[in-house]
Structures are given as structure tokens and as C-alpha cells.
Design a protein around this ligand. Structure first.
Ligand code: NAP
Ligand code: F7E
Length: 368
């Protein structure tokens, strides 16, 4: 009988870790995940997996650990002997990285080195390694669209830490012949996205506004543009990157770019609210132009729960506290290499990602 492959996921409790665990379990992998000790529950995104007695401790194993803890990493690798490691653990918030740059570098830069070193220490020379690299490496973009050959110009401690990780992957690949790959992933979103990233912040707050539980959202730079894809597809792409014949670096992106403003307008449109904008910069406001809550049956079934929204209500304001000291204004990726060599392509369209997220947040809020 063919032996099941063994994968180790760092960051299994995050958005991507949770989708990747599902994908690998479906492919009959034995999945190990590193979770951090926390004073409150941090396994919400994988509860459906690890409360399943068919899966827990049979196909899915969770271990306490931290990628700043070298001896813990060595012990885990020795014990698990994974065929594939997916390093998704990171302090992944760009604005927060300006507030905790040292910690961000310890985790996002040196954390990657520690795992690579542990691979060598434990003699796991055949283990394949996936590194969660990012479009934030391009920062102040030197070329549009960005390809694997575009020079980097990171604009945050997060981006700079991930640049170290990117290069240490390539160095270990060349120096020690390790199968180590960078997935340079552009923003990817889902209902499991952390609530402080802009897309989820908007869809969650919009659902609350429509239900009359919140009056407005405070946002930062409305004109930043991102190449937003759908997270489950990107996690399938991570697996494909490690199935390639050799370690290499790949961009995963949709090739489309949209502004935070467009994301906001579409979110509210989905809920029956048309927005108009007034004012400039910090004084700009998003105002209700019209409200017809007929967009989905969901709302009509719950019409008693709809809040009292009126034409002229101010529901968006700008707060400079969300501005970044140095901003990444525009990202748009070219993933032709992944299409050609991995057969990977982003499928879910921007409008559908917004709908999926709005529906999920609305359902969630209605259930509360
Ligand atoms: P996320 O939701 O923020 O998840 C991050 C994960 O890392 C969580 O499981 C977190 O644990 C864990 N973690 C943080 N610090 C750790 C440490 N010191 N030791 C061990 N685990 C630690 O991020 P994501 O959106 O899933 O992204 C996954 C990876 O891809 C990250 O490396 C991110 O930087 C990178 N990336 C993301 C995107 C994107 O658009 N989502 C794009 C490009 C690259 P807790 O749950 O305990 O906090
Ligand atoms: O910001 C602007 C903000 O925090 C997107 C991470 O997964 O993707 C993510 O990083 C844009 C920025 O994501 C708010 O200034 C406006 O221009 O959702 P975000 P990010 O910084 O692009 C990359 C690829 C990663 O690798 C990262 O790990 O939206 N923006 N107003 C705002 N952003 C936030 N968070 N909150 C606001 O209120």
C-alpha cells in the first residue's frame, strides 16, 4: 500500500493554514500543524477539523510550538519527519509591523531561517519547503504588472522581513540543494480572513451597519489598489508549487487590480446601499445615496433585523490612524509562469469574492 505523505503546516490556525489543511487532508496527507499557546481559543478556523474524531490524532495532529523557538522546531521535525513543510506562520499585518518591527523580523525573517536550519540539523534533505512569500516584496512597484523578475522595493518592516525570508530560501536551495520554493502570493481573501485586514473589516462592518448594530466604518487609504484573489484557490496553488519537479519561485495573482474604494462600494451595493463620496483626503465621507435592501432573499427573510438606514447617512469616515508611514499604492501580478508550469490560474472573480464575503458576514451577524 502506498504510504500517506506527511505535511507540516506552520500557521495552521490562520486563514491559509486552515484551507491548506483541508486541501491536504482531502489528498490523503497526514497533516501536522503547529499552534501557539494562547490564553483564549485560537483554533476557530480549524475547529471543524479537529473536533472531528475521524480526523483528530488519526490524520490531523496539532503540536504546541512557535517559530521563534529553535529547540521546539528541531524536536518537532525529528518526530514528524515531514515530506513537505508549508511555512505560513507570520506576524502578517503590515501596519502592525511598523509598531512591532523587531518581533515581526524575529518571526517572519528569522523564523524561516530557523526552520530551514532545523531541516539541515535533522538531516531531512528530501523534505520540500514552501515559503509564504508576498507581493509586499514589490512595495513601491518598479514595473506593472509584477512578475518573478520584477525588482523588489519593500515598504514596511513586514515586507523587509519577508525579503530576508525570500532570499534565505534561495540561498539554502543553492547552497544545500534543498527543495525550497517561494510562493509570491498577492492578496487573497475569504470569509476566514482576519478581521483587521481591509476586505474583511469592510464586509463585517457593512453587515453590522445594515443590521443597525454599528453606525459607520473608519478606514485609511481608500485609493490603495490591490490584486485580490480567493484564498482557497491560492492554497491549492501552494500545494502545486511543491509538486513541481524542482524548487522554484512562483507568483500567484489574478492580474486585476481594484481600489479599497471599489471594494467598499461593491460591498454596500451587494447589501442594497448605493454610496456617494464627499470631501477630500481625511475629510472624505461615504454617504448613503439610496438604500433598497432587496439584494438577497436572506435579507427579506430577516427584514425585521434590518436597521434604519436613511439617504444622507454618513457610514464611512477616513481615519489617518490607519494610514501607513510608507504605503504600497498599487499591486497587480502576472502569474503566467504558474499557469504555464503548474497549470494554476485564479478563477474566482473580484465581484464574486466580495459577494462570498458579504454573504458569510451577513449570515454570521444574523445568527448572533
Ligand atoms: P494569518 O491569518 O495572519 O495567519 C498567520 C498564522 O501564523 C496564524 O496561524 C498565527 O497563529 C501564526 N503565527 C504567527 N506568529 C507565529 C509564531 N511566532 N509562531 C508560530 N505561528 C505563528 O495569515 P494568512 O493570511 O493565513 O497568511 C499566511 C501566510 O501567507 C503568512 O505568512 C502571510 O504573511 C503570507 N501571505 C499572506 C497573504 C494574504 O493575502 N493572505 C499574501 C501573501 C503572503 P495565531 O492564530 O495563534 O495568531
Ligand atoms: O491592506 C488599505 C491599506 O491590511 C490593504 C497581508 O495579508 O496582503 C496583506 O497586506 C490596503 C492597504 O492588506 C484600511 O493601507 C485602507 O493599502 O488588507 P490590508 P495588505 O497590507 O495589502 C499582503 C499580500 C500580505 O502579505 C500581508 O500579510 O488597504 N487600507 N483602510 C486599510 N487596511 C487596513 N488593514 N485597515 C483599514 O482600515
Amino acid at each position: 500500500m502506498k504510504k500517506n505523505k506527511i505535511a507540516l503546516i506552520t500557521g495552521i490556525t490562520g486563514q491559509d493554514g486552515s484551507y491548506l489543511a483541508e486541501i491536504l487532508l482531502k489528498k490523503n496527507y497526514i497533516v501536522h500543524g503547529i499552534i501557539r499557546k494562547s490564553s483564549s481559543f485560537n483554533t476557530g478556523r480549524i475547529d471543524h477539523l479537529y473536533t472531528n474524531t475521524e480526523i483528530l490524532n488519526k490524520k490531523l495532529f496539532l503540536h504546541y510550538g512557535d517559530i521563534v523557538d529553535t529547540s521546539n522546531l528541531n524536536r518537532l521535525l525529528e518526530k514528524i519527519q515531514p515530506d513537505e513543510i508549508y511555512n505560513l506562520a507570520a506576524q502578517s499585518h503590515v501596519l502592525v509591523s511598523f509598531q512591532i518591527p523587531d518581533y515581526t523580523s524575529q518571526v517572519d525573517a528569522l523564523g524561516t531561517l530557523r526552520i530551514l536550519d532545523a531541516i539541515r540539523e535533522t538531516g531531512l534533505n528530501k523534505t520540500k519547503f514552501y515559503q509564504a512569500s508576498t507581493s509586499e516584496l514589490f512595495g513601491k512597484v518598479q514595473e506593472i504588472p509584477q512578475t518573478e523578475k520584477t525588482p523588489f522595493y519593500p515598504r514596511s518592516p513586514y515586507g523587509v522581513a519577508k525579503l530576508y525570508a525570500y532570499w534565505i530560501i534561495i540561498n539554502f536551495r543553492e547552497a544545500y540543494n534543498l527543495f525550497a520554493s517561494n510562493g509570491i502570493l498577492f492578496n487573497h481573501e475569504s470569509p476566514r480572513r482576519g478581521e483587521t485586514f481591509v476586505t474583511r473589516k469592510i464586509t463585517r462592518a457593512a453587515a453590522q451597519i445594515v443590521l443597525g448594530r454599528q453606525n459607520k466604518i473608519l478606514l485609511g487609504n481608500l485609493d490603495a489598489k490591490r490584486d485580490w484573489g480567493y484564498a482557497p484557490e491560492y492554497c491549492e496553488g501552494m500545494w502545486r508549487i511543491l509538486q513541481h519537479k524542482e524548487g522554484d519561485d512562483f507568483i500567484l495573482a489574478t492580474g486585476e487590480t481594484h481600489s479599497v474604494r471599489e471594494f467598499t462600494e461593491l460591498t454596500f451595493k451587494d447589501l442594497g446601499i448605493e454610496l456617494t463620496w464627499r470631501g477630500k483626503a481625511e475629510k472624505e465621507k461615504g454617504i448613503v445615496k439610496s438604500f433598497e435592501p432587496d439584494r438577497n432573499k436572506l435579507l427579506s427573510k430577516n427584514s425585521k433585523k434590518i436597521g434604519k438606514i436613511r439617504k444622507g447617512d454618513i457610514i464611512i469616515e477616513v481615519s489617518p490612524s490607519y494610514y501607513r508611514p510608507t504605503e504600497v499604492e498599487l499591486l497587480v501580478g502576472d502569474s503566467s509562469k504558474a499557469k504555464k508550469l503548474l497549470g494554476w490560474q485564479a478563477k474566482t472573480k473580484f465581484e464574486d469574492i466580495v459577494k462570498i464575503m458579504v454573504d458569510a458576514d451577513l449570515q454570521k451577524q444574523i445568527r448572533k
